[in-house]
Design a protein around this ligand. Structure first.
Ligand code: UDX
Length: 406
């Protein structure tokens, strides 16, 4: 809270601190932990609390329930309550019921479901230049008020009923996750057949009905949304008695994909005991320090369980990674440092600095010149120019250049 007031973001998100400072100093943005202070003048209240995954895959609504309780106690004027959190179909209705049951003051509350589609790392651009804004409401005046709020962004609106708005968010995330699992399954076929998944994805993406986005094969999706949202939608389908086994397969393919690099290393080395592994990347994707559901966590645990010694480098996520993975791996300050004496290099997150690495400098400090690229981010021509190397990408033929003197 104090850090936010000082214009400091608690998470790494490019451009966010500049916006915090700009809008706080212009008097457009303020922070408080007092409900009274925060709610007394509000015409629109946006609930954006987390809905993490609970034990059986369903969304944990406890933060939302608490927010509803707090609002019911402190709302003092008519207002529109917007649920931005990702919530299962029917939740807005449930929140409204909670609010109405517990309201302290005689005020009118209207509900709007307005799911959020921003991605970490590109949150500002995704917000200001969104593809669409979904406004789900059963009340025309509430819907109009939220349209008015967003109108300056000049982004297309889709007005729906509340339940459809809730479903759009899960359907979108589950579809994108399935698209990733699909291309990963194709990548595995490409590997067996000797094709190149990057060309296959490019060829598919030219078709406007398919689209080029989210066809990057690799070690699977992570993060705070796709893994939990696919599971939550699957849970909803079971609750409604409508089987959705496609989602089970999306999850299974993703789980398998996250084990892929370690499997390849096991095949290459037979055993990983005492092998030194350099790991590049810890965050679940570039431009964020978030390591929730990051493939890096699973990979680090599998490697250390197999007896390997891991040194990891990430431009911003080491601190968060240490909290989850602990000190069973070492955290170092550069790619070259991680590579020193390593028997293999694992690329786990496609940070731009990794695709621009001076590969010669990295390979020269390694004990064995072997690379497992989980994100297909190295340039093959540059790599081949560096001399002997073994390069294992995903969904593409491996490159094995032997030392001619050997
Ligand atoms: C996602 C949704 O994109 C966003 O609309 C929603 O609001 C929140 O969840 P985010 O989790 O921030 O956003 O990241 P995203 O860029 O979607 O990537 C998610 C995961 O998929 C990452 O682990 C990424 O590495 C992986 N991914 C993405 C692939 O493996 N291949 C791709 O082609 C794209």
């Amino acid at each position: 809270m104090d850090t936010l007031k000082q214009g400091k973001s608690p998470i790494y998100e490019p451009g966010l601190e500049e916006l915090l400072i700009k809008n706080s100093s212009a008097g457009r943005l303020a922070f408080t932990t007092s409900h009274q202070q925060g709610l007394s003048q509000a015409d629109i209240i946006i609930i954006a609390v987390g809905t993490p995954q609970s034990d059986h895959g369903q969304a944990d609504l406890s933060y939302l329930e608490q927010a509803a309780k707090d609002l019911a106690e402190h709302i003092v004027r008519d207002c529109v309550v917007v649920v931005k959190s990702t919530v299962p179909v029917g939740t807005n209705q449930y929140v409204k019921q909670l609010l109405l049951e517990q309201l302290k003051n005689n005020v009118e509350i209207k509900m709007v479901s307005n799911p959020e589609f921003l991605r970490q790392g590109t949150a500002i651009e995704d917000t200001l230049k969104a593809d669409r804004i979904i406004i789900g409401s059963d009340d025309e005046s509430a819907s109009e008020k939220i349209q008015e709020m967003y109108r300056p962004l000049n982004v297309p609106f889709l007005l729906t009923d509340v339940k459809s708005a809730e479903m759009i968010k899960y359907a979108s995330n589950a579809f994108l996750a399935t698209k990733i699992s699909f291309i990963n399954a194709i990548a595995n076929l490409c590997e067996a057949a000797g094709a190149d998944v990057r060309d296959v994805a490019k060829g598919m993406g030219f078709d406007k009905r398919i689209g080029a986005a989210f066809l990057n094969a690799g070690i699977g999706y992570g993060g705070s949304c796709f893994p939990k949202d696919v599971k939550a939608l699957l849970h909803t389908s079971r609750e409604l008695g409508v089987p959705f086994s496609l989602l089970e397969e999306t999850i299974a393919i993703n789980d398998h994909q996250q084990e892929l690099l370690v499997g390849k290393a096991l095949k290459r080395f037979s055993a990983l005991k005492d092998k030194k592994i350099a790991m590049l990347g810890l965050s679940f994707k570039p431009e964020t320090d978030d390591i929730r559901e990051a493939p890096s966590v699973k990979i680090a645990r599998s490697l250390t369980a197999a007896g390997a010694k891991v040194a990891a480098y990430d431009p911003v996520a080491a601190c968060n990674a240490r909290k989850v993975i602990g000190d069973v791996i070492a955290y170092v300050d550069s790619a070259v440092e991680a590579a020193k004496g390593a028997d293999a290099l694992f690329i786990v997150t496609e940070w731009e600095e990794f695709s621009q690495l001076e590969l010669g400098a990295v390979l020269n400090v390694m004990n064995q010149r072997i690379i497992f690229d989980g994100r297909n981010c190295l340039d093959e021509t540059a790599l081949k120019a560096c001399g002997p190397v073994e390069y294992y990408p995903v969904g593409r033929p491996e490159v094995i250049l032997r030392d001619k003197r050997a």
